[in-house]
Design a binder for this molecule. Structure first.
Ligand code: APR
Length: 313
């Protein structure tokens, strides 16, 4: 039978690190794809040569094409251009929408059973594009954002309270970035609501820092964006799916009425298993949280409307 195959498209910072995290689990064979000649091959070779030291014998190959991706169970899509000076958000949106739709088409034609995990930004819109173009059912096209935003929030909370991250639970919903919605009632430390641990102003400062978590790292790195935590989050989603763990994690998926959102991709709690997003779990939200989620969905819907003319369906 062999190990399930996971393709990672984009062999840059996020893609390369995702491939590393996956191959180190020794449960999946990994195919790394990029348009730049030599880079996916070089990184795959380097990762293979770490196997004897790290103790894995899962296979990793690099390619500039898609032949090797045939029969992939999951594909993580990180390909795209990052934001640069002089490039507007709309330029980025159009460029990445074109890249993502080509990639999705190439993948699905060779792996009709694949589950897609999008990482390329703007995340929610890229999930929309990949789903529209691939025509895969909603439960097989997911976006990685909520796991990352929740992890950032958890790490800030743990540092503030000087407790282990293991004891901090958080659920960050909504769009990735400005419109994220931390669900406070379900943010707990060792089962105790966060509001009982911290005064409101400290709580709000941490929410703001989480919202700006990506930008804080971009400002420090100067030449790129975060990749250790994003790749960890993507690998956790792959594992939940391929090990059929039924984890409940926040992921970007198209809602069809859940949370009052119709036909729009937004971050919601999802049960992840071998079928992909097997169910959307509906939490009881406070009225302001529900309104924030609706605003988030409206912002995503507007951007999706703008990319529609670029899609070849
Ligand atoms: N097909 C395959 N790979 C491509 C394509 C394409 N059509 N277009 C670009 N790429 C590759 C680039 O060659 C590069 O190696 O995608 C890779 C992107 O890597 P980085 O520039 O290092 O970006 P990274 O930090 O990995 O972020 C990737 O994830 O978190 C998001 O906002 C981030 O959208 C960005 C994505």
């Amino acid at each position: 039978m062999g190990r399930p195959k996971v393709t990672v498209v984009g062999a840059g910072n996020v893609g390369g690190t995702t491939a590393q995290r996956l191959v180190e689990k020794n449960c999946y064979d990994v195919v790394l794809v990029d348009i730049v000649e030599g880079v996916p091959q070089g990184k795959a070779l380097d990762l293979s040569q770490a196997g004897p030291v790290c103790g894995y014998d899962a296979k990793v190959v690099g390619s500039n094409g898609y032949a090797e991706t045939q029969g992939s169970s999951v594909a993580v899509i990180t390909s795209g251009v990052p934001r640069k000076p002089g490039l507007s958000r709309d330029d980025l949106l159009a460029t990445n929408a074109k890249i993502v739709q080509t990639v999705a088409r190439e993948l699905v034609s060779r792996s009709p059973e694949v589950i897609l995990i999008m990482v390329t930004n703007p995340l929610d819109v890229m999930v929309h594009v990949a789903q529209r173009v691939s025509k895969l059912p909603n439960q097989r096209v997911l976006g990685m954002a909520g796991v990352l935003d929740s992890a950032r929030f958890r790490s800030f909370i743990a540092a503030e309270l000087d407790v282990s991250v293991h004891d901090v639970q958080a659920m960050v919903l909504g769009g990735h970035g400005d419109s994220m919605v931390p669900v406070m009632r379900y943010t707990t430390v060792a089962g105790r609501p966060l509001s009982e641990w911290l005064p409101k102003d400290r709580l709000e400062a941490m929410i703001k820092r989480t919202r700006d978590g990506g930008a804080e790292i971009v400002n420090l790195l100067k030449t790129g964006s975060a990749f250790y935590a994003p790749s960890a989050a993507a690998a956790e989603m792959v594992e939940a799916i391929l090990k059929d763990q039924k984890r409940v994690l926040p992921c970007a998926v198209r809602c069809e009425g859940e949370y009052g959102v119709n036909g729009v991709v937004v971050g919601v709690p999802v049960k992840l298993g071998r079928g992909g997003a097997e169910a959307i779990v509906e939490y009881d939200l406070a009225p302001d949280e529900r309104a924030a989620l609706a605003r988030s969905a409206e912002a995503v819907a507007e951007l999706c409307g703008a990319v529609e003319r670029l899609l070849v369906l």
